[in-house]
Design a protein around this ligand. Sequence first.
Ligand SMILES: *Cc1c(COP(=O)(O)O)cnc(C)c1O
Length: 380
Amino acid sequence: MKDIQDIISFVQGAFGTKEFIPLHEPRFRGNEKKYVMDTIDSTFVSSVGAYVDKFEELMQTATGTQKAIAVVNGTAGLQVALRLAGVKSGDEVITQALTFIATANAIVYNGANPVFIDVDLDTMGLSPESVESFLSENAELRDDGCYNKKTGSRISACVPMHTFGFPVHMNELLKVCHKWNIPIVEDAAESLGSEYHGKQTGSLGQLGIFSFNGNKTITSGGGGAIVTNDLQIGTKAKYLTTTAKKPHPYEFYHDELGYNFRMPNLNAALACAQLEQLDTFLKNKRVLAREYVDYFNSIGVNFRQELPDTKANYWLMCVELENRDERDSFLKHTNESKVMTRPIWQLMFRLPMFENCMRDEQKNALFLEDRIVNVPSSVR
Ligand SMILES: *Cc1c(COP(=O)(O)O)cnc(C)c1O
């Protein structure tokens, strides 16, 4: 490995400390305390309250969507978004193997089977060409949708994931999925604020989801959101995530199987205060990304940057190392020096629950799995 000690010193300098440097820690520099105390003073800490409504409005503005629904976490949001896209038990759902476990889990929570398709080397997200070649080899269009000729199952959704906030090649993917009549549900959990050809990630598919877990760009403690430009689907999303209760002054009548996936007002208060600072956070992270670019360029290490016509939110910044050995040595030395770094996820088909899932060759995913490492990326 190149001068690892020099890299460690650079990161310590960038964050101004020789103490432990986490990968991504939250910052509370706005109205967080005020809004959270507000919910306590008002007694509205739970499943209804003004901050939930306010947060949903702020999310609509931030993502340029018609409807945003606050939910308990991103995984639950993705589970419901898939159901709304029409995913049923026994179906197949196309996604990438290079992702966080939640993407694949949410598919299985609907009784469906993930089909793992390769990613692009440049975006680290679902590859439109690989999706097209899988479909042209395995799928057929029928009146009621796209079917896998080999398994006989319906392929009812496609879930691209914007890895670390780098947008997937969405125009090409939208074209492929339109051709095969497959709705897209964007797992935009990591990419709040990222743009693709001037549009927010999460707003490009039929539905999109975000996460506000503690390690994401902004946090509500725990939480998520579903977004869509289809008002009918959006209304249904709110209904399903709030127990599918028919409005009535006092009777309890629920007309289908809903969920208690509401975001509590306490969390929404934190989320509102955080979302107010999103632009500041994004600018702050871009400054760090710029410093990393200059530094890693100077020592000949590939620091991942946004592609033309896209804007990355630089949620987790990363370097691409030469090979697995260099990766392992980088991880060992940085973590031993209290500079937190992490490898990209193990591919989903390595995990016991997903080892029998259908998949393609995974050439790019395997390449990236061996080489991508996240470096400290917090707002400073
Ligand atoms: C964080 C994340 C989620 C959702 O996480 P929650 O902790 O449930 O909010 C989903 N998909 C990806 C890719 C993520 O990184």
